[in-house]
Ligand binder design. Structure first.
Ligand code: FES
Length: 272
């Protein structure tokens, strides 16, 4: 029987060890990719459904707006939720009300260095794990379409900063009492915690690290940028944890607002 043709790249390339087994690992190497797939699937399904249903996304009494509908800038948004005004007419049901931010947030997360690692292993299978051969014979990394588009991450980062500022504005407006003036409830705690964590995730981005400390020859000549880079670098070591935590807090914030907006539960108020 003839030996299969060897490709010039990848694990079957000349010069690589000739091992026919896909891997010699005996541990549960498949478990982390599987858990990653399940975790990402839960978020994608939840976020997709919630972004399109157009119900229970605004609590008029306390001015709670879910992040999945921010900014809401069309005539289809319920009165009060248009914090930045009405820029567009009625939108068809297949366009999410937060269509201005969601594609950029999706792009930001999809091109994130951590998520790349996560879905390259779990979904793209390139490679599935250390010392586990990928199913494809050829490996081109991020040198060709579509993966070369990952280089756009730094631009998504700039838009993500704007969206984080919008979420912050929404969170400030949510300190609203039932009779006007200042009010404060459990919803505020959840919304504010989510915004703080979103900032932490955004600022811990590798692109932010480059923006603050990259392309410098001498840190000693740029003490402010060095200090910023030090802070960002410290946060950057927690980027994976922040990536997962913010997926959770986004769903939790939306879910809580959905329950209050639909009348399923009442907001726990500390100051009315
Ligand atoms: Fe993850 Fe930029 S590297 S958000």
């Amino acid at each position: 029987m003839n030996a299969p043709a060897r490709s010039t790249t990848g694990v079957r390339a000349p010069g690589r060890a000739e091992i026919t087994a896909r891997t010699l690992r005996t541990d549960l190497w498949w478990r982390p990719p599987l858990l990653t797939t399940l975790g990402l699937a839960v978020f994608v399904v939840y976020a997709t459904i919630r972004s399109f249903v157009r119900t229970a996304y605004w609590v008029d009494e306390y001015h709670y707006l879910t992040p999945f509908y921010s900014p809401c800038v069309s005539a289809s948004c319920v009165p009060g939720s248009t914090h930045f005004g009405v820029w567009f007419g009625e939108l068809p049901m297949w366009i999410p009300l937060a269509f201005l931010s969601l594609p950029f947030l999706l792009g930001f997360r999809l091109t994130c260095y951590y998520y790349r690692k996560a879905y390259y292993r779990s979904i793209w299978q390139s490679p599935t794990a250390c010392a586990v051969a990928e199913p494809r014979a050829h490996y081109t990394g991020e040198t060709r379409l579509p993966l070369i588009l990952q280089n756009s991450h730094r631009y998504f980062f700039y838009v993500a900063l704007v969206v984080s500022a919008i979420n912050t504005y929404d969170a400030v407006l949510a300190f609203h009492g039932s009779t006007g003036g200042f009010g404060f409830g459990l919803g505020n705690v959840i919304i504010t915690a989510n915004v703080i964590l979103l900032w932490a995730y955004t600022v811990s981005c590798h692109s932010c690290r480059h923006v603050t400390g990259g392309r410098l020859k001498h840190f000693s000549a740029h003490p402010v940028r060095y200090r910023l880079w030090t802070w960002v670098s410290r946060l950057n070591t927690r980027h994976m944890q922040l990536a997962w935590t913010t997926l959770g807090t986004l769903m939790l914030t939306d879910f809580y607002i959905m329950l209050v907006a639909s009348g399923t539960i009442s907001d726990l108020r500390f100051v009315n």
